[in-house]
Design a protein around this ligand. Structure first.
Ligand SMILES: NC(=O)c1ccc[n+]([C@@H]2O[C@H](COP(=O)([O-])OP(=O)(O)OC[C@H]3O[C@@H](n4cnc5c(N)ncnc54)[C@H](OP(=O)(O)O)[C@@H]3O)[C@@H](O)[C@H]2O)c1
Length: 314
């Protein structure tokens, strides 16, 4: 069987980390995004295609052993574009006889006080959570019907080189620019930020499976929980910036949303940072083994390297 892995959404934070991980594991990689291109090593085939276009996905996935859906439509167009992107990547993987790996988040679980496991009930607390529940269900229902072999890798809020997320935007950029960092919600609640390299490894491992390991979701393993305050302090320490944190409550975020449409979209997610946000990946480790998840200090150092390089280039 071919070992070609097609990464759709390859130029994003998750997709580009996954391309590197797949190359490291010796796979051939085709990198797909709307604009196409890299930057990727020369051995990576790059294709420009729209994930919401079924015909384009069937063509882009031809010959694949695995298709990775790492697409992230613009935040304010999720409802309009994500369902089509999920359906079309299912069709692409099915036509190729490939395993479909869906890069997922945890918003479908809603308000959870305990660590989130794969057995945590799906009870979304905002419309984006409802959408995420539907997307995951669509992927797993296609697997159950036998339309495609599919599996889901689920991460918490990401950080890492090239990542766009709450942590990326508010902590790292601020520390490098010596600005106070904005923290949505309560900075003293336990959190498990997901290093994007750990997410990429989980997706790559899942793509290499068959049989009973498919047809379900797996959580990314994390180090022991930290807090927003401790994580932000380590970012500031390594960046040589003062550890100044400005917590923003749901109420303040909603008020901002009255004037800024994108803030309105983000405000519905702040609840997650006002309670524990702990993702438990012990099932994955028990089944597939190590290496240990990236320690926060190391993940922060690797992320800051990228921010510094970008600042130097600018
Ligand atoms: N960021 C987080 O904190 C986080 C946490 C957990 C899970 N996730 C999930 O992981 C997945 C990937 O997220 P990410 O943050 O890594 O994404 P990202 O950095 O925002 O990158 C998005 C990628 O999708 C591509 N894309 C967008 N629309 C497309 C379309 N119609 N057709 C083809 N490609 C398209 C983009 O390239 P072009 O614009 O060139 O097409 C880009 O390569 C998403 O499902 C996201 O919800 C993210």
């Amino acid at each position: 069987m071919t070992d070609l892995h097609v990464v759709v959404g390859a130029t994003g934070g998750t997709g580009s980390a996954l391309v590197r991980e797949l190359l490291r594991r010796g796979h051939r990689v085709r990198a797909v995004s709307r604009r196409g291109g890299g930057p990727f090593p020369a051995e990576v085939e790059t294709v420009a295609a729209d994930a919401t276009d079924t015909g384009a996905m069937v063509a882009a996935c031809a010959g694949a052993r695995a298709v990775h859906n790492c697409v992230n439509p613009p935040f304010d167009r999720w409802r309009e574009l994500f369902p089509a992107a999920v359906r079309a990547t299912i069709a692409g993987a099915a036509a190729a006889g490939a395993v479909l790996v869906f890069a997922d988040d945890t918003w479908m679980y809603g308000r959870v006080d305990a660590p989130m496991t794969e057995a945590t009930p799906v009870a979304p607390a905002c419309d984006r959570g409802v959408l995420r529940a539907w997307l995951a269900d669509t992927v797993l229902a296609a697997h159950d019907r036998g339309d495609v072999r599919a599996v889901i890798g689920r991460a918490g809020e990401l950080y890492g080189p090239g990542v766009r997320s709450v942590f990326a935007g508010t902590l790292f950029g601020a520390a490098v620019a010596r600005r106070p960092a904005v923290w949505p919600g309560d900075p003293d609640r336990p959190v498990t930020p997901t290093f994007v390299g750990d997410f990429a490894r989980v997706l790559a491992v899942l793509a290499e499976q068959d049989g009973a390991d498919l047809g379900r979701a797996w959580h990314v393993p994390h180090p022991a929980p930290t807090t927003g305050r401790a994580f932000a302090a380590e970012v500031a320490r390594q960046a040589g910036a003062p550890p100044r944190l400005l917590p923003v409550s749901s109420r303040a975020a909603r008020a901002l949303g009255l004037v800024l449409p994108l803030a309105r979209e983000g405000a519905q997610l702040v609840y997650q940072f006002e309670m524990p946000f702990v993702v438990d990946g012990t099932a994955f480790t028990a089944r597939f083994g190590g290496p240990a998840p990236t320690p926060y200090a190391e993940g922060i150092a690797r992320t800051l390297d990228r921010y510094r390089a970008r600042a130097a280039a600018a």
